[in-house]
Design a protein around this ligand. Sequence first.
Ligand SMILES: [Zn+2]
Length: 86
Amino acid sequence: MMIKINLEKIKKLVEKYGDSSLIEEFSCIEKSVQKEIPKIVYIQLWMYTGCPTCDYTLSTHYGDGYHAIENEIDRCPRCGQLLEWE
Ligand SMILES: [Zn+2]
């Protein structure tokens, strides 16, 4: 069963009723949850391809202007963002 979380609704409540430490705590939770929602990676031939969240290099540059995707990894090794390849 998939749990649907309305982050925007919770965020509004936290901002309305929470103090600064709760707002900061929620911000960390929000970032973690966002990384579990796959982000689409758009591959452009002859162009650098980076993680849509942190811009970590996902393509390999061969020096002649050609950038290739060696393998379509599921998750960014740097920030943990789930990735979906177009
Ligand atoms: Zn990343």
